[in-house]
Design a binder for this molecule. Structure first.
Ligand code: GAP
Length: 446
């Protein structure tokens, strides 16, 4: 068994090849040679990513009474980015090798003395700051007055609306605002498949708490909550770590910070950041806008600026983690003694793009096809299902590779006994289940 584990990571090439072959992820604009840092999700990838986002939304928003939903615009007033500090400080340090002309992020290089690509010594240009925000113009004029940016994070839309939200939703701290949406960063070195993108989605939760001495306890509660979330969806515990940032690693205003990291095939990489940001963000917007964003406490008739605990998770990275973590290349010996290999994605049933595939054992037997199609149609309103037909071995192989937990096969016996064969993806065990019990059977297991 070659399940992803701390000691036995899968190869990213294998995951990317499967993702392409089965229609999870394609390079954007592939027919024109692609464009670095942009990817498209195919039919199964779109379902997988949607299920990841739905899982986050369900647990972080719908199942809580202290978090409200939000959806802010991608393009905001340019002053937003002045206040947030992105205009001045959202920079990477960039160097070019004068010999091979390759470009690097200075902080990604082991040494600035030797180019890792061509081996040349002392060939780097001096470092220069490169702002990661993607610029655009609003309206017909392309001048500095009409210039703004595609948001590099969704968070700012929630900060500038803090007052609108707490007043209309009638919430008082502690409470949170959550949104899932696109963000854009002009990364110098996009790569590692969908790990570092220039267009990606974030799921961000901004949790505002009173300054009552419980803020660090609440921060720790959020770290535990997020840990439980990854465990709930079956992410391998040894491949996840919650790295506590030191005071030197945190921004000066942050009281605490934890990076959620996953052991990708190339090493540990950040998946989510959880930060105690104090009053930094609301203070910054009050300073630049001149507007009062403080919370007005009716009971004590006082204004105060709540402290902020932020959880910011990348949805493309989480989808990638779900894919990598589920990937297994399994070798088994068949009854004839022959070694066979199967690739299987062990998705959590709530995240799997499809939950049950219904097959007809033969495609040229109308009575089987009709029965199988009718069963699939009956299950479709309650589960993510698909009908297929043909060679049963090939059908199982395909469904294993796309991570479908159950395959249901209608055969000749079904016509007589009204039961079908249910095959479990992980154990490959098969059992007969009566058609009228199917819905309960799947409900119990999914
Ligand atoms: N508002 C806080 C914030 O944006 P961040 O650590 O810069 O914090 C949060 O980003 C998450 O967004 C990261 O942990 C990662 O999952 C995702 N993310 C950031 N840059 C990304 C990129 N270039 N490609 C894909 N995901 C990215």
């Amino acid at each position: 068994m070659e399940r992803a584990s701390a000691s036995n990571p899968v190869s990213m090439e294998d995951v990317a090849a499967l993702a392409k072959r089965r229609g999870f992820i394609f390079q954007s604009s592939e027919i024109y040679g692609g464009i670095g840092g942009f990817y498209d999700y195919g039919p199964l990838g779109a379902l997988l990513k949607r299920n990841v986002k739905n899982a986050w939304w369900r647990d972080m928003v719908e199942l809580r009474d202290d978090v409200v939903a939000f959806d802010s615009s991608i393009i905001m007033h340019a002053q937003t980015w002045k206040a947030s500090g992105h205009l001045e400080a959202f920079n990477d340090r960039l160097v070019d090798c004068k010999v091979c002309k390759h470009r690097f992020r200075a902080d990604h290089l082991k040494s600035l003395e030797q180019c890792p690509d061509c081996g040349s010594k002392n060939s780097f240009t001096p470092e220069r700051a490169f702002n990661l925000m993607l610029r655009t113009f609003v309206g017909p004029m392309e001048d500095s007055a009409s210039m703004t940016y595609l948001r590099p994070e969704t968070a700012q839309g929630m900060f500038v609306n803090f007052k609108n939200v707490y007043q209309t939703a009638r919430k008082r701290p502690p409470f949170g605002i959550a949104q899932i949406g696109k963000a854009f960063r002009n990364e110098i070195t996009p790569g590692n498949f969908t790990y570092r993108l220039r267009e990606f989605e974030q799921a961000e939760l901004e949790y505002f708490v009173p300054d009552d001495g419980n803020d660090l306890k609440r921060f720790e509660e959020w770290v535990q909550l997020r840990k439980a979330w990854y465990a709930k969806y079956g992410i391998t515990a040894e491949r996840l770590r919650f790295y506590e940032l030191t005071a030197e690693e945190r921004p000066h205003y942050a009281k605490a910070g934890v990076d959620v990291e996953y052991l990708f095939p190339w090493g540990w990489g950040e998946l989510e950041s959880i930060a105690h940001r104090g009053t930094y963000d609301l203070d910054a917007h009050m300073r630049v806008s001149g507007k009062d964003l403080r919370f007005y406490d009716e009971a004590s008739k006082t204004h105060y600026t709540p402290l902020l605990i932020e959880s910011s998770a990348g949805m493309d990275r989480t989808t990638l983690v779900v894919l990598v973590d589920a990937f297994e290349r399994e070798t088994a010996t068949d009854p004839a003694g022959k070694q066979t290999e199967r690739i299987v994605l062990h998705f959590h049933p709530q995240l799997a793009p499809l939950q049950a595939a219904v097959f007809s054992l033969a495609r040229n037997k109308p009575e089987l096809v009709q029965r199988a199609r009718a069963i699939e149609e009956g299950l479709r309103p309650r589960f993510r299902t698909q009908y297929d037909e043909g060679n049963i071995g090939q059908l199982y192989r395909r469904q294993d590779e796309i991570g479908t937990p159950f395959c249901l096969t209608v055969d000749y016996e079904t016509l007589a006994d009204s039961a079908l064969t249910v095959r479990d993806r992980d154990s490959m065990r098969q059992e007969r289940v009566a058609v009228d019990r199917l819905e309960t059977y799947l409900h119990e297991r999914l």
